[in-house]
Design a protein around this ligand. Structure first.
Ligand SMILES: C[S@@+](CC[C@H](N)C(=O)[O-])C[C@H]1O[C@@H](n2cnc3c(N)ncnc32)[C@H](O)[C@@H]1O
Length: 310
């Protein structure tokens, strides 16, 4: 069996606008999914306004520009968001912020989820009730993966042995069509009792592809919006070190479980994890999830009335 490289993981509970623990240019890849502004399925009312949200995203982008090594990649899984009937152009605004902060816009990949799963609103049903022009609102089954680069990458700097260890399996690349700008990947289903309940977690396949495509074995991957720790777990599986920042201290147990740190974990481990709790960590989850529940029941009742489909 192939020996997994020993890796190190630092999980920091605190605000990612301040990454004081990280040295300049010490990160080789960022894979993250920023908060979805005040999305009802994520953390409603986390931000005072859309402007405050964008300002926070800019501060994090600025820190990333400092800590990401030359030529390296930042991947943001994000999407435009619909809140109370208003659509916010998150993808365009984040692109603009990252460009203004000095990153190069390298690529955009569209993650397509299976058609059967749509979060909360099934907007297209309106046409079934009103089959006339102007009633059309499509259901969203996609998210965007924005890929930015921090200047030019020096391919010659990587030793041959590391290159060989990090070789991409071309068969997997071809068969699963990683080479396209659209990736068909099943999302994490919102089932109750899963460890990520209440966290808008992405499936492991997303960091799995990005880490293999954009980092070398033994390097360090950062997720500034760690959530349940999906990026960190996959980094460990792939022989990369990782750092995570998460503002909500209530996610500590979720992250520990995902990283296989709980007793009786079946996970075969060859890594060390350090957890740091800073003064600026907050407790958000239970309070905000109560809000989500209330909103869900409102949406459910409204949908029954307006669309007739659930
Ligand atoms: C969309 S979730 C990330 C989910 C993660 N990709 C996963 O698979 O579990 C965004 C996370 O960012 C966290 N967050 C929001 N603002 C933050 C901040 N200023 N600093 C650090 N984390 C923050 C939220 O608490 C939430 O857990």
């Amino acid at each position: 069996m192939k020996k997994i490289t020993k890796t190190y993981h630092k999980l920091i509970f605190g605000d990612a606008e301040d990454m004081r623990e990280l040295e300049d240019k010490s990160i080789h890849l960022v894979v993250t999914s920023p908060p979805y502004f005040n999305a009802p399925f994520d953390y409603p009312d986390l931000f005072e306004s859309y402007e405050a949200y964008l300002e926070k995203m800019r501060k994090v982008a600025r820190e990333l520009r400092r800590v990401v090594a030359d030529g390296r990649i930042v991947c943001l899984v994000c999407d435009d968001i619909l809140i109370n009937g208003k659509k916010y152009p998150v993808v365009a605004d984040l692109t603009k912020i990252y460009l203004e902060e000095g990153f190069i816009y390298r690529d955009k990949i569209i993650w397509i989820k299976p058609e059967g799963y749509i979060r909360i609103s099934r907007r297209s049903g309106v046409v079934l009730q009103h089959p006339y022009p102007m009633y059309f609102y499509p259901d969203n089954i996609q998210e965007t993966i924005l890929v930015f680069q921090n200047g030019k990458f020096d391919y010659k700097k990587i030793p041959e042995t590391i290159k060989e260890k990090s070789k991409i399996d071309v068969k997997e690349y071809q068969e699963n069509k990683w080479y396209l700008t659209t990736w068909n990947i099943t999302n994490v289903l919102p089932l109750s009792n899963r460890i990520e309940e209440g966290v808008a977690a992405f499936p492991e396949e997303i960091p799995y592809r990005l880490i293999k495509l954009f980092s070398y074995v033994g390097e360090t991957v950062l997720d500034p919006f760690m959530g349940s720790g999906t990026t960190n777990k996959v980094a460990a599986m792939l022989g990369r070190n990782s750092i995570g920042y998460e503002i909500d201290l209530e996610l500590r147990e979720v992250v520990k479980e995902k990283m296989g740190l709980k007793k009786n974990s079946l996970f075969e481990k060859n890594y060390e994890v350090e957890i740091i709790i800073r003064d600026d960590a907050r407790r958000l989850r239970s309070f905000l999830q109560e809000k989500v529940k209330n909103q869900k029941s409102v949406v459910k009742n409204a949908k029954r009335k307006t669309t007739g489909i659930i």
